[in-house]
Design a protein around this ligand. Structure first.
Ligand SMILES: Nc1ncnc2c1ncn2[C@@H]1O[C@H](COP(=O)(O)OP(=O)(O)OP(=O)(O)O)[C@@H](O)[C@H]1O
Length: 200
């Protein structure tokens, strides 16, 4: 799948200044693109536009040259920095995991998710364990581009390394593309096939 963001401009309100102006990015199948830039330059905003959660004031998102829709299961999925804010605290993990599709045992094993965790509440898991669920629940076969917005920033270095190792193995196996937003230059250089910079 080819992903294209074309000439994206964005502002949060009619009266506020443009945060993004004429930003374009193409991601080919299997590419892992690092998106870096100074704090506040609009990386997370751009990620939400890429995923279709924010509508640009100008420009468009194309999937294989067709405008992207979020009505069906979207091939572009996003993972956030704070997994505890991305899950329903009143749902046990099994329900959260199976909300969109039912990940099979192979995927749970690949993600290092233990069966006993399925019966727990989100508050009964560590940040790293919770993030594994947030990743697994969107790794449906239809997912072709994964947008990762600072997804391991709050984790210890061992858990960070484990999660990236798993993700890269799955991405390679499925020829899935990734857009990786990070302040960690070393991480970007290690996991990305290309790095682009949003300048301020
Ligand atoms: N919901 C919002 N309403 C109004 N302004 C916002 C909103 N979200 C973000 N902004 C502003 O948009 C700008 C870009 O924010 P964004 O979070 O995209 O930057 P970023 O590059 O991801 O920053 P960081 O690296 O610090 O996470 C910032 O000035 C921020 O204050």
């Amino acid at each position: 799948m080819q992903f294209k963001a074309e000439h994206i401009s964005f502002r949060y309100t009619d009266k506020s200044p443009l945060i993004l102006e004429d930003v374009s990015l193409t991601i080919e199948a299997g590419e892992r693109v690092g998106i870096v830039g100074p704090s506040g330059c609009g990386k997370s905003t751009f990620a939400k536009i890429m995923a279709g959660y924010q509508k640009p004031v100008k420009g468009q998102i194309l999937i294989d040259d067709v405008p992207m829709e979020r009505k069906v299961f979207c091939p572009v999925q996003m993972i956030y920095q704070h997994p505890e804010l991305a899950v329903n605290p009143r749902w046990k993990m099994k329900k959260t995991l199976n909300e969109c599709f039912e990940p099979d045992e192979y995927l749970l094993e690949q993600m290092g998710i233990e069966k006993a965790w399925l019966n727990r509440w989100p508050s009964e898991l560590s940040g790293g364990e919770l993030q594994r669920f947030c990743i697994a629940r969107i790794l449906a076969p239809q997912t072709k581009l994964l947008i990762c917005d600072e997804i391991t920033t709050m984790l210890d270095v061992i858990t960070q390394a484990q999660i990236w190792k798993m993700l890269l193995e799955i991405a390679d196996e499925r020829k899935m593309s990734m857009a990786i937003i990070t302040h960690n230059q070393a991480l970007a250089e290690k996991v990305c096939t290309r790095i682009v910079r949003i300048s301020d």
